[in-house]
Design a protein around this ligand. Structure first.
Ligand code: PMP
Length: 281
């Protein structure tokens, strides 16, 4: 099993990281997760477009252009003979004597690894429980940065309450999940938070909105409240690893139960179709 280290494939134990790497000291870096199905990556180009946009927002200099990133990542999948699973790629600003002030011309460090895993089909079928809690994160959630404490703390809380995902709200406005985007359906209208600084614009989210348009489902990219969440007909989350996963129950600051509805199923099938190239279920 190999890892990506700069532009080389090396054994994990041979990849030395400097103790003063800014990713390690400050979380000064970005990442992407791409899913691989039967040896084929899904939406690789879209993921690297976002990676490059995250880098630009943090004034990080890319050591490679987008096609080279894709090539190195596809190469790692091949090198590790990954059939089903994910590939993780991150880039930190690199190493320098610890100082909050960053220089703009630092040599960034790219690393990556693969992991075998299957999509959670049982959860796609049965749905999950979510835990509603405050969104305590910073105001640049549009950047896919390594700083994830607001996300990891919420996820821990959710798990402690027997929930598979945390749903976050800012003063009563639902933003997204701790590692997913959030959607409600009310009177056959699909609603999700607009892609601004308060959420990560998921690659899966973008695919789902496209599928919804193709299927003639009405879409509102507008903020909605915890009250709206409570009154929703259908609720689901999306991400690279979770695809479309229905929500059947909410706990924490909200106590609600939901049926898995036809719009959720239709979008779930639409996404599977895009991924596998044929109708699912
Ligand atoms: N929001 C957050 C906070 C996330 O961490 C993720 C998953 N990385 C998503 C949304 C979903 O993004 P994607 O569909 O690109 O995986």
């Amino acid at each position: 099993e190999f890892v990506l280290y700069h532009d080389q494939y090396v054994r994990k134990e041979d990849a030395a990281i400097d103790m003063e790497d800014r990713g390690y000291n400050f979380g000064d870096g970005i990442y992407e997760v791409v899913f691989v199905y039967s040896g084929k990556s899904f939406a690789m180009n879209e993921h690297f477009e976002r990676f490059i946009s995250s880098a630009a927002k943090l004034e990080m200099q890319l050591p490679f252009d987008a096609p080279r990133f894709v090539e190195l990542t596809e190469g790692l999948i091949e090198k590790n003979s990954l059939r089903d699973g994910m590939v993780y790629v991150q880039m930190t600003r690199g190493a320098s004597p610890r100082n909050h002030l960053y220089e703009r011309d630092m040599k960034c460090l790219v690393t990556g690894f693969t992991r075998e895993m299957k999509p959670p089909e049982q959860l796609h079928q049965d749905g999950i429980r979510v835990y509603l809690t405050d969104d305590i994160r910073w105001l640049r959630c549009d950047i896919k940065s390594l700083n994830l404490l607001g996300n990891t703390m919420a996820k821990r809380q959710a798990a402690d309450h027997n929930c598979q995902e945390a749903i976050l709200h800012r003063d009563g406005t639902c933003t997204e999940g701790s590692s997913s985007n959030l959607y409600i359906v009310k009177d056959s209208v699909l609603q999700t938070h607009p892609a601004n600084n308060l959420i990560l614009n998921g690659i899966t989210r973008q695919a789902i909105l496209k599928i919804a348009h193709e299927k003639g489902i009405e879409v509102k990219e507008e903020p909605f409240t915890v009250k709206d969440l409570a009154a929703a007909d259908e609720v689901f989350i999306s991400s690279t690893t979770m695809e479309v996963t229905p929500v059947i129950q909410a706990a924490g600051q909200l106590d609600a139960e939901y049926q898995i509805g036809s719009i959720t199923r239709s979008l779930q099938n639409g996404l599977k179709k895009k991924i596998y190239g044929s109708e699912f279920i």
